[in-house]
Write a protein that binds this ligand. Structure first.
Ligand code: UDP
Length: 239
C-alpha cells in the first residue's frame, strides 16, 4: 500500500475527534483527525487549533514505535497531515485505561492524592458506551455483556501492560511522565490489534521536573496554553 493508491470512500462514522472513511480497499479505512475537542462525555465542546495534525503525527509515530516491540496495531500508513490509513477493525467495546500516577477519576473515585506515584500500574476496563457514560466494568461484566471472551480480556490487559511499560520509559526519555492513558482494540482477520489513537487527547502527560500538565486536561479544566501543550509534546517526541 502506498500513498495515492487508496481512494477515500463514504463517511462510515464521525466521532468526537476523528472521522472514519471507507476506502476502495475492503480491509482498510482512513482516520481523519479533527481539531474538535470534547470533555466530560461531550458536555464541554471546543476546538484546539492544529490538534488534528499533531495527533496524527504523534499517533503514527507511536504505532510504528510499538510495532518495533511486536505490538500489533491497526496502523498502515500516514497519508497526509490529518489522514492515516488503518486496517478495518471490529471494535471491541472496552476502553482499557492504564495508570501510573493518580489523576482524574482515580482521585475523584477512590480518594488518591493527585500526583502520587502508584506502587504498581493499575489497569481499568470501561464499557465504551456514551449513553451510559462509559461505566467502569470488571472482567465478568465484559464477558457477560459479550464484549470479549475471557482469553481476549487477558490479552487486552497483558498488551496494555506491555504498552505502558514501553511508552512510560519512552516518554521519560523525552522529559515527560506518562500519568495515565486509554487504549482501544479491535479484531481483524483473527487477530486483536491496537486501534484508535495514542495522543495528548488520550494520555495524561506531565513535565518530568515541574509536573506541568501537557495534555487535554488543559482544555478540560480551562488551564490555558492548550495549543502550546500539544506543540510541546510534539516537539519533545518528534524533535
Ligand atoms: N481517557 C480517554 N477517553 C475517555 C476516558 C478517558 O482518552 O473517554 C483517558 C484520559 O485522557 C486519561 C485516562 O484515559 O488519560 C484516564 O482517564 P480518567 O478515567 O481519569 O477520566 P477523565 O477524568 O479523563 O475523563
Amino acid at each position: 500500500m502506498s500513498k495515492g493508491t487508496l481512494r477515500k470512500g463514504e463517511l462510515l462514522y464521525e466521532g468526537k475527534a476523528k472521522k472514519v472513511f471507507a476506502t476502495d480497499h475492503p480491509d482498510l479505512i482512513i482516520q481523519e483527525f479533527k481539531d474538535d475537542a470534547t470533555a466530560f462525555n461531550a458536555q464541554k465542546k471546543g476546538q484546539i487549533h492544529n490538534k488534528g495534525v499533531i495527533n496524527n503525527e504523534l499517533a503514527s509515530h507511536f504505532f510504528q514505535y510499538l510495532e518495533t516491540f511486536g505490538i500489533q496495531t491497526h496502523f498502515v500508513e500516514k497519508l497526509s497531515e490529518r489522514e492515516m490509513a488503518c486496517k478495518r477493525l471490529e471494535i471491541i467495546k472496552i476502553e482499557v485505561v492504564m495508570r501510573n500516577i493518580a489523576a482524574g477519576t482515580l482521585v475523584k473515585r477512590y480518594g488518591f492524592e493527585e500526583g502520587v506515584e502508584l506502587p504498581m500500574p493499575i489497569t481499568e476496563l470501561y464499557l465504551k458506551n456514551d449513553a451510559l457514560g462509559d461505566p467502569l466494568i470488571n472482567d465478568d461484566h465484559a464477558v457477560v455483556l459479550n464484549l470479549a471472551s475471557p482469553e481476549e480480556i487477558t490479552f487486552l490487559k497483558q498488551t496494555a501492560w506491555k504498552i505502558n511499560a514501553i511508552l512510560r520509559q519512552y516518554f521519560l526519555s523525552k522529559g515527560l511522565k506518562l500519568v495515565d492513558f486509554k487504549l482501544e482494540f479491535g479484531r481483524h482477520n483473527g487477530l486483536i490489534l491496537l486501534g484508535d489513537e495514542i495522543s495528548p487527547d488520550t494520555c495524561r502527560l506531565w513535565d518530568r521536573d515541574t509536573n506541568k500538565k501537557l495534555d487535554k486536561d488543559r482544555f478540560r479544566f480551562d488551564l490555558g496554553e492548550v495549543e502550546d501543550a500539544y506543540c510541546e509534546v510534539r516537539n519533545r517526541v518528534l524533535g
